[in-house]
Design a protein around this ligand. Structure first.
Ligand SMILES: O=C(O)C(=O)C[C@]1(C(=O)O)C=C[C@@H](O)C=C1
Length: 317
């Protein structure tokens, strides 16, 4: 009942064109969040189906959690984890396309833009993550916050499934690096210069991109765990020697990386083409497919590997 009410208010809020934070806050007062404590069935997952503005839209981790829980994790295969990475490509490409609907909109990032301290972007990130934390987003290991200071605790009961990952995963958050490359290198490659005044939408769209990219990169925990379980005899000596380079070599598959870059380039071309009734062969894309390939080749895959190395270095602790 409470959930239905919440969904309707969320939908109405967006239909009225309210901005993300206002809608979320208006929809979920503290009382409602507390009332939701009694609903024990994966509230977070349920809500994710309602609004991908607010919550994650990937359900793969749950499948992976189950596969691993059903046995001593031999069920969890590298193919399954790679399948999850492939599905996340779609989310990333679509979110970039969404962000490309707006120009750069630099006032979004201006620290003196409004009466709150910091930029509009920082405000949206902090407030959105606080709400999402209350409904359990950060109970999922691959979800790492960009504004981790003073996050409120989850009000949702923890999932009963036995954990798949080594607890060290929780201490690995490389979002500062993601934030840095996204704003300083990637954004200027696909957002056109200009200002259309849509600052709140721009900020929430940036956060959507950041969260999808961050989830994909921190998914490296699962990739590393599967690789370790598949061949502990290969990984243990390098872990004991704390040999970063050795680990990096062991977990790198260049042929797979080439395939990934080609596939995401193709996805960006297919998902982001201008559709006309008459094919005029203009070949105009909403986001340049070569930028998406670069995103993966220069940042996403190297950082996913960094997460894997960091995880493996702590895997025997
Ligand atoms: O598929 C793997 O084996 C991964 O480790 C994932 C990944 C990637 O980020 O896509 C990273 C490193 C490999 O070299 C290939 C691909």
């Amino acid at each position: 009942m409470v959930l239905c009410f919440l969904c309707i208010r969320l939908k109405d809020g967006f239909a009225e064109g309210k901005d993300l934070v206002v809608t979320a806050m208006a929809s979920m007062g503290e009382d409602q969040i507390c009332a939701l404590k009694d609903i024990r069935v994966h509230l977070f997952r349920f809500l994710s189906g309602i609004s991908d503005f607010l919550f994650v839209d990937e359900k793969i981790p749950e499948k992976i959690q189950k596969a691993a829980a059903n046995s001593n994790s031999n069920n969890l295969t590298l193919d399954e984890v790679r399948e999850a990475l492939i599905r996340q490509e779609d989310t990333i490409v679509f979110r970039l396309i969404q962000r490309a609907n707006f120009p750069v909109n630099s006032p979004t990032y201006d620290e003196k833009f409004a009466s709150f301290s910091g930029s509009l972007l920082q405000f949206v990130v902090k407030e959105t993550e606080a709400l999402q934390s209350k409904v359990g987003r950060y109970e999922n290991p691959e979800e790492q916050p960009f504004s981790p200071e003073n996050l409120p605790p989850s009000l949702v009961p923890p999932q009963a499934d036995p954990p798949v990952l080594h607890p060290a995963a929780a201490s690995i958050n490389i979002n500062e690096k993601i934030w840095d490359f996204y704003f300083n290198q990637l954004l200027p490659l696909f957002a056109v210069p200009g200002d259309d005044g849509n600052y709140a939408s721009t900020a929430s769209s940036d956060l959507d991109c950041l969260q999808a990219i961050s989830r994909r990169i921190h998914y490296g925990y699962y990739v590393a765990e599967v690789k370790f379980k598949d061949a502990p005899q290969d990984y243990e000596p390098a872990i004991r020697a704390q040999d970063r380079e050795g680990l990096m070599k062991l977990l790198t598959f260049e042929a797979v990386e080439e395939m990934v870059k080609k596939r995401v380039e193709k996805k960006a071309a297919v998902f982001g083409q201008d559709v006309c009734l008459v094919d005029n062969g203009n070949g105009k894309y909403k986001v340049d497919p070569s930028v998406v390939s670069r995103l993966y080749g220069e940042w996403i895959m190297p950082l996913t590997k960094l997460v894997q190395v960091e995880y493996l270095l702590r895997r025997l602790d």
